[in-house]
Design a protein around this ligand. Structure first.
Ligand SMILES: Nc1ncnc2c1ncn2[C@@H]1O[C@H](COP(=O)(O)OP(=O)(O)OP(=O)(O)O)[C@@H](O)[C@H]1O
Ligand SMILES: [Mg+2]
Length: 401
């Protein structure tokens, strides 16, 4: 480990005192400077609430046999959004147990009894430490943006794809568009008829994900714009874990100016991890009661997740549709400002989807395209008009020009 590396704190929960002394001996020759915290189980239970695992920790759990209580305890950590690196020591396991352990975030499983030098365990710690140091030393340049519907079909994918396309063409930004739908990801229909050679589920589960793997797996759909489609196999998608999403985003943000994530409105631990990592979240909604009620629920969840308000931007799609609620009513329901408004144009939007060409390219003077262009300018920090508060007035300015 070099001087600048960040050293993780190791916490051990051992089955008994004999194992504590065994591990103390193993670690006595380790070069790390931070003291290691040793504990034993209480009545066979881990009692993880005794340990402060908030930041930068490796948790080593020693078990006689894998118990459901351990799995539940580790799952609880995830629920509380605490993510230590976990090394699990066990003498045997079944394939199902292995999957369960990985699902609750176990990074390494080591066979007991430890071999003479306990090299397996020391190597596992070294691997985790290396991963952390790569993440710390790489200065991500990219901005991660998630797009999510407040309820299915609000227009999130249509807007996200067109936004990404504009940023890649007008501002020459290098963009990776990741479709994180577990099933029925449809982003590729908007842009390309190329069948992807790979997908998110296949690449994130590879042991050493790097930018070359991403580049080789993504479809290039335009200059500077790359698309990583979702897997159509639910089974494969369900192998994706929150840790995988983390690694994918860390690697991608290092290589691309923008990483767009197209998310399903039903939240999962994976999508929450993607949202946690996003600098900006565009929630796409519509001015009708059903969409707005779902929006209020989603905003409630985001507030429980302690997301700052400035991270969340509301995009009102089909803002001028006949059935739209009046703006006063919308404001009363959501009690928040709408950041951007995108008008309704069924034939132009559908024609562009049918052709697999972004509407901003196919009909660049169309009102929908102009509104998305205004949103792209905002995203890039280029406010074209003096008063930024009304996106709709901006759209009309642009249309006149
Ligand atoms: N501004 C618009 N004007 C007209 N039609 C639109 C507009 N935006 C979206 N649509 C229509 O709504 C449909 C759904 O849009 P989209 O697939 O982007 O929604 P989504 O929020 O991503 O849905 P899902 O929840 O299924 O992922 C599109 O196929 C398109 O026909
Ligand atoms: Mg979609």
């Amino acid at each position: 480990m070099s001087e600048n590396d960040k050293e993780l704190t190791i916490h051990v929960v051992a089955t008994n005192d004999a194992m504590v002394s065994n591990l103390q001996q193993v670690f006595s020759k380790r070069p790390g400077k931070k003291p290691i915290v040793y504990m034993t189980r209480v009545d066979h239970e881990l009692r993880l609430n005794r340990i402060n695992l908030e930041k930068d920790n490796i948790l080593i759990i020693d078990s006689e046999k894998i118990s459901q209580f351990d799995i539940e305890d580790m799952a609880l950590l995830h629920k509380e959004r605490i993510h230590p690196y976990i090394i699990y020591l066990a003498s045997s396991w079944t394939e199902n147990q292995l999957i369960d352990l990985m699902r609750v975030g176990v990074n390494e499983i080591i066979h007991l009894p430890l071999n003479g030098s306990s090299q397996d365990l020391l190597d596992a710690i070294e691997r985790i430490q290396k991963r952390v140091n790569i993440a710390v030393s790489s200065k991500p340049k990219g901005k991660i943006i998630s797009c999510i519907s407040s309820k299915g079909g609000a227009g999130a994918t249509m807007i996200a794809i067109n936004l990404a396309y504009l940023l890649s063409q007008k501002f020459q930004k290098k963009i990776l568009f990741i479709d994180l739908h577990l099933q029925y990801g449809d982003s590729s229909y908007y842009l390309s008829d190329t069948i992807a050679s790979s997908n998110v589920a296949e690449i994130v589960t590879q042991p050493y994900l790097n930018s070359v793997t991403i580049a080789a797996s993504a479809i290039q759909v335009a200059d500077n714009l790359y698309l990583l489609p979702s897997s159509n196999s639910i089974e494969k998608s369900s192998n994706i874990q929150a840790d995988h999403i983390d690694t994918l985003l860390t690697v991608a943000a290092y290589e691309y100016d923008y990483v767009f994530i197209d998310l399903n409105y039903v939240l999962t631990s994976n999508s929450i991890r993607a949202l946690d990592r996003s600098e900006l979240i565009y929630i796409i909604t519509q001015p009708t009661l059903a969409y707005l009620k779902s929006l209020v629920n989603l905003l409630g969840v985001f507030s429980e997740l302690s997301y700052p308000e400035k991270k969340i931007k509301i995009v009102m799609n089909k803002c001028d549709v006949d059935a739209a609620l009046p703006i006063e009513k919308v404001n009363e329901i959501i009690n928040r400002k709408v950041y951007a408004e995108i008008p309704f144009d069924l034939s132009a939007v559908d024609e562009s989807i049918n052709a697999g060409v972004p509407i901003v390219k196919m009909f660049h003077l169309n009102k929908v395209s102009k509104a998305i262009e205004a949103l792209a300018n905002f995203t890039e920090g280029k406010n074209l008009v003096e008063k930024p508060e009304s996106m709709l007035s901006q759209i009309f300015h642009l249309n006149k020009g």
